[in-house]
Write a protein that binds this ligand. Structure first.
Ligand code: ATP
Ligand code: MG
Length: 332
């Protein structure tokens, strides 16, 4: 099994249906084929201001949702980034072989700092891609599954790996960017031409996987459709109906044409009832399991501690080699 590393942001208070169907479902599938390392990047999170209590709560809540959603801690290694100090330690070494100009060319910093002005942006935000390179290189992975927007960062990780290997002797595998096929893309229920998003959707446009079944059903029943009555897959003219069909198709693994054929002569209400039932059937057990996990934070923390321990077995070996190669005096 080839090794892959993936970071998963502590995503607000709850994952939404888009995060679940577009991302988490794929991670869950990938753990059967790969030796997967999944981590919650809390060190990255503080590159912008965070409320401490909230960050801690979100980190737990996110981990609970990943486990409840199907990340199997026996198959995969799930851990919190700050629990593995080697991330910060390797990042320092890599900072020292990264050119200032090279870091300045990272477009995400330019985008993110453009909002508040570069003066206000932290040095942490500037050096974020170097920490990300450390996240990857510590685990000697064959590949890094990322969205297209992360391609430049993986390229930097590759450059730094090659530079280090060339300058000091081989310490790192040079990883490949595994640009992911687009997962299912879910749209806002109230505004079905924009994607469902934590920050941009109104509450009624969102389905959170921690919502109760009543709320989920209500939101789907009030999803925006159109004044026509035909159930058809037509993204341009029927974005609302199309979104509902796609949600149902993804959840039931039924091809869209089969669904459409089954709805001939039926009304939007029928489709909505079926979508609501399918969504509830899928997320209700996840919600219940998440709440159970959060009810016993000590047990959850133990699972994360085990993950950190497994991660450190690999990370500490890489870091020891790096420290040795750069010429640090070993601790007697
Ligand atoms: P934000 O509004 O803060 O950007 P978001 O809702 O877009 O939040 P992210 O944290 O950016 O969520 O994304 C987490 C993961 O979920 C990513 O892999 C992203 O591609 C996926 N994702 C986010 N929104 C959707 C969506 N509507 N449909 C499918 N996948 C999505
Ligand atoms: Mg986003």
């Amino acid at each position: 099994r080839q090794r892959v590393v993936s970071g998963m942001q502590p995503s607000g208070d709850s994952l939404h249906l888009g995060n679940y169907l577009g991302a988490l479902v794929n991670w869950v599938k990938s753990q059967d084929e790969h030796d997967a390392f999944f981590f919650i990047p809390d060190l990255h999170a503080i590159t912008v201001p965070q409320d401490p209590a909230e960050l801690r709560a979100r980190t737990r809540k996110t981990a609970a949702q990943y486990i409840a959603g199907g990340i199997d801690v026996e198959k995969s290694t799930l851990f919190v980034q700050s629990h593995v100090p080697e991330h910060a330690q390797l990042a320092w070494v890599l900072n020292c072989i990264t050119g200032f100009g090279e870091a300045s060319r990272m477009t995400q910093f330019k985008d993110k700092s453009a909002k508040g002005g570069q003066e206000a942006a932290s040095v942490g935000l500037f050096t974020y891609p170097v920490l990300m390179a450390a996240d990857i290189l510590l685990y000697q992975p064959h590949g890094v599954p990322v969205g297209d927007d992360q391609r430049q960062h993986v390229e930097l990780a590759r450059d730094l790996a090659q530079r280090f290997n060339h300058r000091y002797g081989k310490a790192f595998t040079v990883p490949q960017a595994l640009i992911q096929k687009e997962g299912a893309r879910i749209y806002d229920l109230q505004n079905p031409t924009s994607k469902m998003s934590k920050s941009a959707s109104s509450p009624n446009g969102l389905i959170n996987i921690l919502d109760d079944s009543k709320t989920v059903t209500k939101r789907i029943k009030s999803a925006v459709t159109d004044t026509d009555t035909v159930i058809a897959h037509d993204r341009a003219n029927k974005p609302g109906v199309t979104n509902l069909l796609e949600i149902l198709s993804t959840l039931t693994e039924t091809p869209i044409p089969d669904l459409v054929a089954g709805y001939e002569g039926k009304m939007y209400g029928h489709l909505k009832v079926d979508v609501a039932e399918a969504v509830v059937a899928r997320i209700e057990p996840i919600r219940t399991r998440t709440l159970e996990l959060l009810d016993d934070p000590a047990e959850l923390d133990r699972l994360l501690a085990r993950g950190a321990e497994k991660a450190r077995e690999v990370a500490s070996a890489t870091l020891a080699d790096v420290y040795d190669k750069v010429g640090f005096l070993p601790l007697a």
